[in-house]
Design a protein around this ligand. Structure first.
Ligand code: SAM
Length: 254
């Protein structure tokens, strides 16, 4: 029987098996290289929407003091098992409260696209701002509208991967883009070797660079770079995913 599960709950048990090929190390290096080019060396990082800790791990390996935050208890349980020395906190992107301030706050793998309204995105950016040190940086990757439309309308991703418990997991993700509501939806279906099946539905909103810039400015950020991975090129109207680097402190570079 297929059960319908809330987003990022049952998925936690198979997430790492499916994300085996994702460039987490490349993303962290891309982030730290940008900061180095700005003459900034972070000592601590808050990884928002950290999931099972895959985006968190490279920062631990780089020697930073890391805190991870996610809404999903199931994702955090996997993360804590993998990274026992990291502090993980359950919280929401829109109203999180974590003790201390951070040199770097990240939100990776289009997690921020889970915020479906400008109000929620602004609330998140304001929270981030409140948790950053004076010269700290916010870094996130974001699906643009065209990215979501091209990637998500009619697209299917399917495969079989071995899960940690040795069972094969068959996954079939079908994507749909609702033009009217400007929302991308994934119907993520999983069948385990023992015959159990579950479905999670995930919804994302795309954000274009100009929109992101305006929201960041509204939240008080001043030094803002929006670019492409991996070469930091300026995005154009066809760019499917952008990276934002933002801090409150004004730029002093010439
Ligand atoms: C695609 S996963 C990315 C996880 C991790 N950053 C990675 O790169 O593998 C998206 C994550 O966002 C989390 N998430 C979604 N909405 C959230 C919210 N409003 N507040 C906090 N976390 C959220 C989910 O629980 C999930 O772990």
């Amino acid at each position: 029987m297929t059960t319908h599960q809330a987003p990022f709950t049952a998925l936690a048990s198979v997430y790492d098996a499916i994300m085996g090929e994702i460039e987490y190390d490349g993303w962290a290096e891309f982030t730290l290289t940008f900061l180095r080019s700005e003459g900034f060396t972070p000592r601590n990082v808050l990884d928002l929407a950290c999931g099972t800790g895959n985006s968190t791990r490279p920062f631990v390996e780089a020697g930073l003091q890391v805190t991870g935050l996610d809404l999903s208890r199931d994702m955090l349980t996997v993360a804590q098992k993998k990274l026992p020395d990291v502090t993980f906190v359950q919280g929401s992107l829109t109203d999180f409260q974590v003790p201390g301030q951070f040199d770097l706050i990240t939100c990776m793998f289009d997690s921020i696209n889970n915020l479906l309204t400008h109000e929620d995105m602004l609330a998140c950016m304001e929270r981030v701002r409140g948790h950053l040190t004076d010269d700290g940086w916010f870094v996130a990757d974001v699906n643009t509208r065209i990215g979501l439309r091209d990637l998500w309308e009619g697209g299917v991703i399917e495969g079989v991967v071995p899960a940690e418990d040795g069972q094969d997991v068959h996954y079939h993700w079908s994507h749909h883009y609702d033009e009217e509501r400007e929302l991308g939806m994934i119907q993520a279906f999983f069948r385990m070797e023992d015959g159990s099946e579950f479905i999670e539905q995930h919804t994302e909103r795309g954000y274009d660079p100009r929109e992101l810039g305006e929201l960041l400015e509204k939240a008080g950020f001043r030094d803002i770079t929006i670019c492409e991975y991996p070469d930091y090129a300026a995005p154009d109207e066809d760019t499917p995913r952008v990276w934002l680097f933002a801090r409150v402190k004004e730029a002093t570079r010439g």
